[in-house]
Ligand binder design. Structure first.
Ligand SMILES: [Fe+2]
Length: 228
């Protein structure tokens, strides 16, 4: 069994005793985990009031993010229990293990995204990030044009400015799903969510307007701090 559709998966996790619907977080679920190293959802309410992002959109987005944290913890607990119970050689174990990258990256990518928002100033044109962009793209405008073009492609996913730690190079990546298409070892420098939930409440199909609002709110200090 290589893959399952969503309905099959929900049925499967139901059989495994996991009462959650994938992709639709239940906010009443506790964020706690039996794992002492379990993940805790971060509070991004300081972003409320950010120009171009309604309270309704942001609160829905925070709730979605919290669901990924919950499901990440639940999958860790369930998979650990299945190992203890000798259930590793089962399709249930295999499919939950495959699912883990979706939930974990759904959590972590939203953290990068929210943490690179809330800024009020433009990129520091004397800073190391601006210099690095010039080195790699020739001009800041060329980089921004490529990133905006990537972000307005049809389809849902993430657009991430990655740094390759091997040679320091910056590359704009399109990521189709949370867990697929990332450069191995890559360092996320700037993360942009272009799943429809990130903008449709405020912008409908006007994705370019959402991207313009995103650019106005980039917290460049946090972005530059990620650069190696
Ligand atoms: Fe999102």
């Amino acid at each position: 069994m290589d893959s399952l559709d969503r309905r099959q998966f929900i049925k499967l996790v139901g059989l495994s005793g996991i009462p959650f619907a994938v992709g639709f977080p239940n906010t009443s679920l506790a964020q706690t985990s039996k794992d002492p190293l379990g993940y805790t959802a971060k509070d991004y309410s300081k972003l409320l009031g950010m120009p171009g992002f309604s309270e309704s959109l942001l609160k829905n987005h925070f709730t979605l993010y919290q669901g990924y944290v919950t499901n990440t913890n639940r999958l860790i607990d369930t998979l650990n229990q299945m190992v203890k119970d000798g259930k590793t050689g089962t399709p249930e174990y295999a499919e939950l293990k495959r699912r883990f990258g979706w939930e974990f990256n759904g959590m972590r990518l939203h953290e990068y995204y929210f943490e690179n928002l809330g800024g009020k100033e433009e990129i520091d044109r004397s800073g190391k990030l601006f210099k690095k962009i010039l080195e790699n793209f020739g001009s800041y405008e060329t980089w921004e044009t490529d990133l905006r073009a990537t972000a307005t492609m049809r389809g849902i996913g993430w657009v991430i400015l990655y740094q390759d730690p091997v040679n320091g190079k910056l590359i704009n990546f399109w990521i189709n799903e949370h867990e697929a298409g990332h450069p191995a070892g890559g360092i996320p420098i700037l993360v942009l969510d272009v799943f429809e939930h990130a903008f449709m409440i405020d912008y409908g199909l006007r994705r370019a307007d959402y991207i313009a609002a995103f650019f106005k709110n980039i917290y460049w200090t946090a972005v530059e701090a990620r650069l190696q």
